[in-house]
Structure formats: structure tokens, C-alpha cells
Design a binder for this molecule. Sequence first.
Ligand code: NAP
Ligand code: GDD
Length: 348
Amino acid sequence: MPLALVTGITGQDGSYLAELLLAKGYEVHGVIRRASTFNTERIDHVYQDPHEPDVRLHLHYGDLTDGSQLARLVRTIEPDEIYNLAAQSHVGVSFQQPEYTGNVDALGTIRLLEAIREAGVDTRFYQAATSEMFGDAPAPQSEDSPFRPRSPYAAAKLYAYWATANYREAYDLFAVSGILFNHEGERRGKTFVTRKITHGVARIVAGLDDALYLGNLDAVRDWGHAQDYVRAMWMMLQADAPVDYVIGTGETHTVREFCDAAFSHVGLDWRDWVRIDPAYYRPTEVDFLQADATRARRDLGWKPEIGFDEMVHRMVVHDLDAEAGLDLERAREQATRLRPSAPPRPTP
Ligand code: NAP
Ligand code: GDD
């Protein structure tokens, strides 16, 4: 039975990856942070009591800032594959916590790579790199595009990207970076813009909010569904050789278009409900991300299966149910009775 160690297992991607690996017959070891409240909501449905027989999901306390524990986990578990998904992953927050973001996202990766090197285990390593590293490089961005990071988060992830490449070359480690473009879904954190919007739609329909406050509506992103992207992570570690890949759909939308798609799902005009709060603007913005994932399609045979419209649909339907207890039909009916309160329409 193959053994995988997953950092960031309680996150969006970690939860989908854990499901995928368990379905493929892996024994999965996940690293979780100690918190004063439960932070395992996304993996509760696959959690197994350790006292049950044939348990294949094991959780261990750990933190990317705690190198000795990472070393202990790698040494004792001896995983065949390691997926480093843990990160302070919010670009906006990284401007407020640049030092912490660097400690976790950059140095944390080095701590894990060092743990592998020192333990001398024969393992394959996946690093969660990001399209943010491209910053304002011309679109579409491929593996050959220049890196021009525009945030502390992107700079930290770029450090981790080069560290991964260096350990591959210096120590002959099967270590790869997946340069993943934005991927979303029903489990996306509620402070990322897509989920903030679909969650906001549900709260407005439920009468809990009368406005949704956003920042830059002009940003263009290449949004896919996280379930497709964790499959790409696994495929990269099954390849014959360690190669970095760009993963994305190639299709782009503005934040404004995402608003339009989500609000119109329930028959609302987004312009009546969305307001601009400059607090959400970033000191430097990444304006246009579009993936050229030709290499992944050609070498790995990877392609996305969930399109933009289906993704928005799934997220809206999920949030209507979770937040308002409504199905789409009843939500649309309820939305006809809503009246916007003094809507200052943002500039189109
Ligand atoms: P996410 O939902 O924010 O999950 C981040 C995970 O990292 C959570 O499990 C979190 O634990 C954990 N974590 C945070 N700080 C940690 C620390 N100091 N030590 C140990 N664990 C820590 O992120 P995601 O969307 O699943 O993304 C997964 C990875 O892919 C991240 O590295 C992200 O930067 C990268 N990435 C994401 C995207 C995307 O569009 N989603 C695109 C490219 C790259 P808690 O649950 O306790 O907070
Ligand atoms: N979060 C947020 N909140 N973003 C907003 C808002 C808002 O209220 N209003 C507008 N935006 C804009 C941001 O300025 C950005 O241009 C865009 O919406 C997307 O923001 P996020 O959803 O926060 O994602 P991101 O692109 O900054 O970063 C995500 O994707 C990266 C891959 O490119 C994260 O998942 C990163 O971890 C990931 O590496």
C-alpha cells in the first residue's frame, strides 16, 4: 500500500487530495495544526477513528514552522510521496503578514526538504507552487514565462519553487513544483473572491446581508475546479521524470464576470448588490493570469473536466443550501421579493 504524507490536509486542496489518495488505496498521513477550535471540517467525512481496524487516514500535529517535528514525521512515516500544500495562502493577507508568510511558505518548504534529505528516505516530493509567481508577466503564462512576483506571498512561493528545483538537482530528489492557476470549489475558503461572492449571494437571498463588499473587479483570473487540480498533483508524482508543470484551463474571466454569473444564477443583477470597499485593493495587483498548460496536456494527459459554468453552479447551489437551506428554485423565487437598499452602483 503506497504511503503519502500531506501537509495542509485541512485546506481546500488537502481535503480533495486526501479523498483522491484514499480512493486510490493509499495510506494517508496528514499534518494538522493545533487550534483551540476544530479545524478539520473539510476532512471530517473521511476521518476514521484510530481505534477502528484498517485505518488508512492518520492525522499528526505539526507546523511548517516546526522543523524538528517535520523531520520526525518524515523519518518515522517514511512516505512514498509527500505533498506540501500547507501555506499562508492568502495574497492579500501576505501584505499584512509578510514575515510570517515567508516563514511558512518559503522557509517551511526548506524545512521539509531538509527533513527528507536528512532522513534519507526514498520519496517523491510535490510543492504547491502558484501562478502568482508570474505576477505581471505577459499572458498566457507557461513554464517558460518569466517570474515577476507582486506580493510577499508570491515572493515566498518563488523561493520555495527554486528551493525545490535546487534539491532536485543537488540531491537527485524526485521533487517537482506544480504551478497551479486559481482553483476553487464548494470547499474554498470564504475570504477568496469566488467563494466570497457565492457565499454572499446566499446570504443576500437569505436576507442576512444587504450588500457584498469587494475590491478590484477588473482582475482577470483563469479559474478551474480544485478536484481537477489535485488529480494533476498526483499525476506529476507518477511521471517517469521530475518535471514542473503549469496547470490551468486557459479560459479567463474578470471578477466582475464571476459576480454576474453567480448573481444571475438566482435572478439578481449583481450591480444592485455589490459595493466597492477600497480596503480590499492590494498595494500591487496581479492583473491578468491565463494558463498555457500545453506541456501538462501533452506529457501527463491532464485536462480539466469541470468547466467555469458548472463550477459557479456547484458553488452557488452548495452555498444556498448551506447558508439559507434553499434549493435553486426556491432561492430564485425568494430573490424576486428582494429590493436593494440604496444601491450606489459601481462604475461598470
Ligand atoms: P488553503 O485552503 O488556505 O489551505 C492551506 C492549508 O495550509 C490549511 O490546511 C492550513 O491549515 C495549512 N497551514 C497554514 N499555515 C500552516 C502552517 N504554518 N503549518 C502547517 N499547516 C499550515 O489553501 P488551498 O487553496 O488548499 O491551497 C493549497 C496550496 O496550494 C497552498 O500552498 C496554496 O498556496 C497553493 N495554491 C493554491 C491555489 C488555489 O487557487 N487554491 C493555486 C496555486 C497554489 P489550517 O486549516 O489549520 O488553517
Ligand atoms: N480575496 C479577495 N477579496 N479578492 C478580491 C476581492 C475581495 O473582496 N475583490 C476583488 N478581489 C480580487 C483580488 O484583488 C484578485 O485580483 C482576485 O480578486 C482574486 O483574489 P483571490 O480570490 O484572493 O485569489 P488570488 O488570485 O489573489 O490568489 C489565489 O490564487 C493563487 C493562484 O494564482 C490563492 O488561492 C493563492 O493561494 C493562489 O496561489
